[in-house]
Design a protein around this ligand. Structure first.
Ligand code: ADP
Ligand code: ADP
Ligand code: MG
Length: 655
């Protein structure tokens, strides 16, 4: 067994590999970019070396530099994780040539599976079932169109070198074929440097079912059952589970054996995934592609088999036989993984960036596992995949696993970057998903119920926010005369506390009667007592005892209570008196982006509607205009600077 390995990756997967290596007494070497100098994986590793600036091309993709560091640090093997160099045959070959074990398949197997077209040709000879289609060398547009016309629409054009859900076009009608082909080729050339395509029949209601395979260098090859990854958005996996719901045992076995045949056909060694697409109506399955690496969703397989797949990888790469044979493997219970992303489902899933001001994952136990590369205080940067964590749950049955999933998602607290947690909870609660009636169209089909309009805070939530605000102000030194005593000294009996939720304004009237609070919100009145310790708020609202976490940052307030998360902005009482188009206004960035240009001078007088600043986000320009006639007091950013969602851009004073 190796005594030291280098991990040529970052974030969550680097942490995951370090965990197993440490448990096996193997020392670890991390490599990092400037953006990751303070990252969790760098701290966890025994040694760490700088690669270069943040962009992957200048850091995590620098194969020669990584190999040099491996040699100099005395690592005997390199684990590539997933993404980056994991499916790069030249890197695998360079490791082999340098006498350093590549913890993955031989370069020849990566090459054989690297092209979807070539892989399909090979699978045909190994008698693995294929989706009807054309995957040959002839790339003439009329020829390809004739192929499509013959197989009947809809068809799917795929970049042969594609991956990560990119380089695919669905074509519904013959007339659209040529234009779709050109667009697919353009994207393929730009993203993968190769415009070769294949054309196949587009299944209208498919499931994505993939098989985990494992082979050793002594001729052994097994399958560790399937994962269902049908819940996808734009061909990218959102939820993954094992085993696949309602999959007949005979189909499982047939798929497993086909996957083993596929692996054997390319002389496979190590962990691999054979992806199949399955027709919901007929139950027929077809080979789609093989991913020659450990997969993002491998934990669900670990949870149902009780095996550590990274440990298997390390054993097999060091020449040992597979830890178990096929008849020794069994499925126990059910596991589901949810990918927690920094993205905003309400803004078209725009990736979100920023600092994780507050991050409390659910407590890990036999049923709940959290694989993550970040801690509270870390930043989600625009340079890499915006995944915050993978939440993996296990239960004796699928129903039990689903219940664990909902509870764990409800307990997940994130403030600072927008996440997809609420969206994931809605999928988990969707009746079709809950009954295991899954296919790749599920999210699109239930789009409206999965992405409803934001719900305004309830009276109970507003009451908690208001007492929390009052207690926080009373306990902070710079408000010695504020809150509690302050307004009693002034003889005010009632105080108005205001919040905004999106465009909506929410007011709470709060009175302190010497014993407790009396709160009025619309038609509701609560008698309340409460205490606040740090972020922990306990309150009794009219006899109902409630626990909450209140995170306050700037004017932002996020309340977690009863499994719900509600975010509002506190209306500063000074600004609040003059709210509207009067007085000083801090204009905030509506989304993360880059300041392109400042269109006025600080100190300048402007008329209502006059452009002040241009922000670019997701390749679109947004103009921030003057909300009233008035004066620009200050700009907080210069042209070219990056801003986060909610950052103050302009200080403006209306006449
Ligand atoms: P997987 O099933 O492992 O996610 P995919 O084929 O979907 O495989 O993706 C291939 C690899 O590309 C992933 O392992 C991951 O590292 C990377 N990847 C996937 N989605 C993204 C993304 N949104 N941004 C950057 N990299 C991604
Ligand atoms: P990638 O390399 O991007 O992962 P895949 O070939 O694995 O590309 O396909 C990604 C996803 O696209 C699948 O999980 C499935 O949802 C969809 N897909 C692929 N092929 C077909 C097909 N023939 N019919 C319908 N959907 C398909
Ligand atoms: Mg795929």
């Amino acid at each position: 067994m190796f005594t030291k390995i280098l991990i040529a990756n970052r974030g969550e997967i680097a942490c995951r590999v370090i965990k197993t290596a440490r448990a096996m007494g193997i020392r670890t070497v991390a490599v990092y970019s400037d953006a990751d100098a303070g990252a969790r994986f760098v701290k966890l590793a025994d040694e760490a070396y700088r690669l270069g600036p943040a962009p992957a091309a200048e850091s995590y993709l620098k194969a020669d530099l990584i190999l040099d560091i491996a040699k100099q640090s005395g690592a005997q093997a390199v684990h590539p994780g997933y993404g980056f160099l994991s499916e790069n045959e030249d890197f695998a070959a360079a490791c082999e040539a340098a006498g350093i074990a590549f913890i993955g398949p031989p370069a020849s197997a990566i090459a054989a599976m690297g092209s979807k077209s070539a892989a399909k040709a090979l699978m045909e000879t190994a008698n693995v079932p294929l989706v009807p289609g054309y995957h040959g060398d002839n790339q003439d547009e009329q020829f390809l169109k004739t192929q499509a016309d013959n197989m009947g629409y809809p068809v799917l054009i795929k970049a042969s070198a594609g991956g990560g859900g990119k380089g695919m076009r669905i074509v519904e009608r013959s007339d659209d074929f040529i234009a779709a082909l050109a667009s697919c080729q353009r994207e393929a050339r730009a993203s993968f440097g190769d415009d070769k395509v294949l054309v196949e029949k587009y299944l209208t209601r498919p499931r994505h079912v993939e098989i985990q395979v494992f082979a050793d260098s002594l001729g052994g090859c097994v399958y560790l059952f399937e994962r269902d990854c049908s819940v996808q958005r734009r061909h990218q996996k959102v939820l993954e589970e094992a085993p696949a719901p309602h999959l007949p045992a005979a189909t499982r076995q047939a798929m497993g054996e086909a996957a083993v045949a596929a692996a054997r056909a390319v002389g496979y060694v190590g962990a691999g995934t054979v992806e199949f697409i399955m027709d919901v109506e007929s139950g027929q399955f077809y080979f789609m592609e093989m991913n020659t690496r450990l997969q993002v969703e491998h934990p669900v397989t670990e949870m149902i088999t009780g095996q550590d797949l990274v440990a298997w990888q390390l054993k097999v790469a060091s020449g040992q036989p597979l830890p178990l044979q096929q008849h020794e493997l069994a499925i126990h219970g059910h596991s589901i993984e949810a990918r927690i992303y920094a993205e905003d489902p309400d803004k078209g899933f725009l990736p979100a960036t920023g600092t994780l001001l507050h991050l409390v994952p659910p407590v890990e136990n036999a049923h709940v596992r959290v694989d993550t590369g970040v801690l509270q205080g870390d930043t989600i940067s625009p340079f890499y995949d915006p995944m915050i964590a993978k939440l993996i749950v296990w239960g004796e049955t699928r129903e039990a696993a689903l219940q664990q999933l909902d509870a764990a998602l409800a307990a997940y607290q994130v403030v600072g970057v927008t996440t997809n947690i609420r969206f994931l909870r809605r999928i988990a609660a969707n009746p079709a998903f809950a009954s295991g009636d899954v296919d790749t169209g599920l999210i699109a089909r239930y789009h409206d119920s999965l992405l409803p309009a934001p719900v305004a805070p309830s009276s109970e939530q507003l009451a908690l926010l208001a007492v929390g605000e009052t207690l926080a102000a009373a306990s902070s030194d710079d408000h010695a005369f504020g809150a509690l005593q302050g307004w009693r000294l002034n003889g005010e009996l009632t105080r108005r506390i205001g919040f905004t939720h999106g465009e909506q304004r929410c007011d709470v009237l709060l009175r302190y009667d010497g014993k407790g609070f009396v709160l009025t919100i619309g038609d509701d009145t609560f008698h309340a007592s409460a205490s606040l310790h740090g972020k922990r708020l306990a309150a009794n609202l009219g006899g109902k005892q409630l626990q909450a976490t209140l995170v306050r940052h700037g004017l932002q307030r996020v309340l977690f209570t009863g499994g719900e998360r509600i975010a509002v902005d506190y209306l500063d009482p000074y600004a609040y008196e003059e709210a509207g188009v009067h007085g000083e206004t801090h204009m905030k960035a509506p989304m993360p982006g880059r300041v392109v240009a400042l269109l006025a001078e600080a100190g300048a007088r402007v008329a209502k509607g006059e452009p002040l600043l241009i922000l670019e986000a997701m390749k679109m320009e947004h103009t921030i205009t003057a909300p009233a006639d008035g004066k620009v007091l200050a700009f907080y950013f210069a042209a070219g600077e990056q801003v986060n969602d909610g950052d103050e851009l302009v200080d403006f004073e209306a006449d």
